[in-house]
Ligand binder design. Structure first.
Ligand code: 9WO
Length: 246
């Protein structure tokens, strides 16, 4: 899959993309990442990419022309059918379902904005989807673009090893993950739950499902409401809640 990132600070994204799962996927040529700097698509001596907002007010707005030049260059490098995605707090919320959908595409062109935003006419004519990671403001879209790349790359065939893929499968059922423990067995009087040391794989699976259900219910009731719990899951959640009250 090919990713192209349009950014005034392309090195920011390039550096993060060298590490971990995404870095390995690039080195194995499962993923390619290209960059386009709007500043390289200016024609004035000052290489101007921003200007004052019509209507007044603080801050600056990214100009149409240099962005259009950058998108045009990114399109030439990208496979046919690569949508242009703009990361901003005004977008629809990016979630795992969006990541799954993007993982089926041949490519993605990600626009990371700066300043107070992008000329609306650019969004109207060039952007296919405006997406947000959540209700907060960053100083630019680069970190969000990297998050999208990371979430999508780990879904591509062959990117994760068998162990990592299996771990992901269990996490993708719309629930938060269960707690994890590793050695030592005791830290400052806090012990690993007995069941995890029991060797009883059925009991361990049951405990993990119960914890996942309980935490999701406590921390993200919105996620629980979206799910159709099985009878077994409902029983486990009831048990969790009963044990909490004691
Ligand atoms: C700046 C600003 C200043 C005063 C009042 C409101 C304001 N909004 C913004 C703003 O949205 N700036 C953006 C910075 C312009 C587009 C790129 N930037 C950005 C992207 N910030 N946060 C994101 C982002 C992207 C995806 N998910 C969460 C946040």
């Amino acid at each position: 899959m090919h990713f192209d990132v349009i950014s005034l600070f392309p090195e920011m994204v390039a550096t993060i993309a060298e590490f971990g799962v995404v870095g390995r996927a690039q080195r194995r040529e499962l993923v390619t990442v290209g960059f386009e700097n709007p500043r390289d698509h200016t024609s004035d001596v000052h290489r101007t990419v921003d200007d004052r907002p019509y209507g007044g007010g603080p801050g600056m707005v990214m100009k149409y022309e240099s962005l259009a030049g950058a998108v045009s260059a990114a399109r030439q490098r990208s496979p046919e059918g690569s949508p242009v995605v703009y990361l901003s707090p005004q977008g629809k919320v990016f979630d795992q379902a969006t990541a799954n959908r993007f993982a089926e595409l041949p490519g993605l062109i990600l626009l990371a904005g700066r300043y107070e935003g992008v000329d609306e006419r650019f969004i109207e004519s060039q952007v296919d989807e405006e997406l947000s990671l959540g209700d907060f403001v960053l100083s630019g879209g680069e970190v969000a673009a990297m998050a999208v790349i990371d979430a999508v790359v780990r879904l591509l065939p062959g990117v994760l090893g068998d162990d990592e893929s299996a771990a992901q499968d269990s996490f993708m059922e719309g629930l938060l993950d269960h707690p994890h423990y590793t050695r030592p067995e005791e830290i400052d009087g806090c012990n690993v739950p007995d069941v995890l040391l029991s060797g009883d794989h059925a009991a361990i699976a049951r405990w993990r499902m119960k914890e996942a259900l309980g935490r999701t219910n406590q921390r993200r009731p919105d996620l629980i409401r979206k799910l159709e719990l099985s009878e077994e899951q409902q029983t486990l959640l009831d048990e969790f809640l009963k044990e909490q009250k004691q």
